[in-house]
Design a protein around this ligand. Structure first.
Ligand SMILES: O=P(O)(O)OC[C@H]1O[C@H](OP(=O)(O)OP(=O)(O)O)[C@H](O)[C@@H]1O
Ligand SMILES: NC(=O)CC[C@H](N)C(=O)O
Ligand SMILES: [Mg+2]
Length: 503
């Protein structure tokens, strides 16, 4: 997952974009970047690292201007080299820069078409392909000042050609900010506004509403699937549906794990959806495991805490925060390699023995993906003196790769792939385990917004909403993105040609 921000303001935007990226840091820890427009020229700073490390005071001083976009990256295509950090830039037409969250599923075909159109894509990133696709469509107009209709026609043409997931913010020099969401609305995007002291309006788009809250913008609404928003250089807001057949299918994993609990996505509070997941799973445990001997419910920080508390309530059992999280270590799952992920679990979490000694504990996590966390945490619970260790997952078994912006490209890396609950339980070393049913997970979110009739649930059921993902595509993805292939590519790739990046 990545986080994106775009602002057209009446003040310098560097600090506001920085602050917004800081609260979107949970969506991507690998690289960060900001582009602003200063007197008709782009200013860029992007590098690998967390927001607080990438932008030094000297970079902030150079990022002048009242319009800009920002990005935090969790790579799901190409390499994790700094040259594939975002925003990406093309110099024609006008000068355009993109921040993209999501992942295209027809990158190779689009790349070939772009080559025939004599456009150059310099990296292996799908986001650079998407930028060039939009640039090609925008270039079909010859007016010096783009109209909103011309921008929307270009976005409509992108929708017709691009497949996969994309929520994007694009700055166009002297024209304005364009933001849009793919026709399924797989990745989130919100629109906000702030009134300046002089009564003029500033606009902001962001991946999550929490970014608007943090910098004092008022939430206006979610951008609809397929819809585009254009804020012109003279600060006028235009919006239009640009997809022929939009169909709301937001990614359910945003609610399970990715998004911050204090965000609202597609009119659903992420926090409330997690509480609901706890209600459903608690009821299932009560129903199917009537004579359980659980003494205490313990969450695996941080994402599962709200879920575990509700399970404890349902089971009428104590809830104890038996693991302490080192607040200086980021999220484990979105780290780039398995070795790094394994090492960080023990550095990140430590057990308080008194909560485990001689007890039968139910550990609760939001999801089990590779099993990196659950395997080690069960070992730690036993070392801390637990008698029996049971395990509950608020998401069902994850058995299929994700192709829409979550880096789970290979089914073999998923612990639940080809295994039943008993086998998974044995591998992670639990005395018993329970997974949420998919119907319950969907209901936990859908009950909070009945207008959403469908979710993107492919990691659980193998149904890919874009209907273009077959086994040969998944095999190709595996060859490109298994852990070994990624490590090899990252060794080979150096920096590429790009807009001047302040170092
Ligand atoms: O089965 P795995 O491959 O280990 O992946 C699943 C784990 O990773 C995530 O935690 P993470 O540490 O990323 O973040 P959190 O602190 O927000 O829970 C998630 O919450 C699970 O705990
Ligand atoms: N997780 C994401 O949204 C990634 C965006 C893009 N596919 C990249 O790899 O940079
Ligand atoms: Mg976790």
């Amino acid at each position: 997952m990545c986080g994106i921000v775009g602002i057209v303001g009446n003040h310098s935007v560097n600090q506001t974009i920085y602050d917004a990226l800081t609260v979107l840091q949970h969506r991507g820890q690998d690289a960060a970047g900001i582009v602003t427009i200063d007197h008709g020229a782009f200013r860029l700073r992007k590098a690998n690292g967390l927001v607080k490390d990438v932008f030094e005071p000297k970079h902030m001083q150079r990022l002048q201007g009242q319009e800009g976009i920002g990005h935090v990256r969790y790579p799901t295509a190409g390499s994790s080299s700094a040259s594939e950090a975002q925003p990406f830039y093309v110099n024609s037409p006008f000068g355009m820069a993109i921040a993209h969250n999501g992942n295209l599923t027809n990158t190779e075909a689009l790349r070939e078409t772009l080559v025939k159109q004599r456009r150059h894509v310099n990296t292996t990133s799908d986001s650079e392909v998407l930028l060039n696709l939009l640039a090609h469509e925008i270039a079909k107009n010859d007016s010096a000042q783009l109209t909103a209709d011309e921008v929307f026609a270009a976005v409509a043409a992108v929708h017709q050609q691009a497949r996969g997931a994309y929520a994007v913010a694009v700055m166009i020099i002297n024209q304005g900010l364009v933001a849009f969401r793919d026709p399924y609305g797989i990745r989130p995007l919100v629109l906000g506004q702030r009134e300046s002291e002089d009564g003029t309006l500033e606009y902001m788009v962001a991946s999550e509403s929490v970014a608007l809250d943090a910098v004092g913008f008022k939430f206006l609404r979610d951008v609809a699937p397929g819809e585009a928003v254009f804020i012109s250089a003279d600060r006028q807001l235009f919006t239009q549906q640009c997809a022929e057949a939009p169909s709301y299918s937001p990614c359910i994993f945003e609610y399970v794990y990715f998004a911050r609990p204090d965000s609202t996505i597609d009119k659903v509070s992420v926090y409330a959806s997690r509480v609901n997941m706890g209600v459903k799973l608690g009821e299932k445990i009560k129903r199917e495991w009537e004579d359980n001997d659980i003494d205490v419910v313990i969450p695996i920080p941080e994402t599962s805490c709200d879920i575990a508390l509700e399970i404890a309530n349902r089971l009428d059992l104590p809830y104890r925060q038996g693991f302490v999280k080192n607040r200086y270590i980021g999220r484990t799952f979105i780290m780039p390699g398995q070795q790094q992920r394994r090492k960080s679990v023990r550095r990140k979490l430590n057990a308080i023995s008194a909560e485990f000694k001689d007890k039968n504990v139910l550990l609760v996590d939001d999801s089990i993906v590779r099993g990196t966390t659950s395997e080690q945490i069960i070992e730690m619970a036993r070392e801390a003196g637990a008698k029996k260790v049971y395990f509950a997952s608020a998401a069902p078994e994850i058995r299929f790769p994700n192709v829409y912006g979550i880096d789970m490209p290979t089914s073999n890396e998923l612990i639940a792939h080809g295994r039943d609950v008993q086998e998974i339980s044995e591998i992670i070393g639990a005395d018993g385990m329970v997974f949420q049913d998919l119907g319950d997970l969907v209901d936990a979110v859908a009950e909070l917004n009945p207008d959403i009739k469908q979710f993107e649930t492919s990691v659980f059921d193998g149904n890919y909403v874009t209907n273009d993902v077959d086994q040969s595509y998944l095999d190709h993805l595996t060859s490109l993105r298994n852990d070994d292939a990624k490590a090899k590519r990252n060794m080979e790739l150096g920096t590429s040609l790009e807009l001047h990046n302040h170092t």
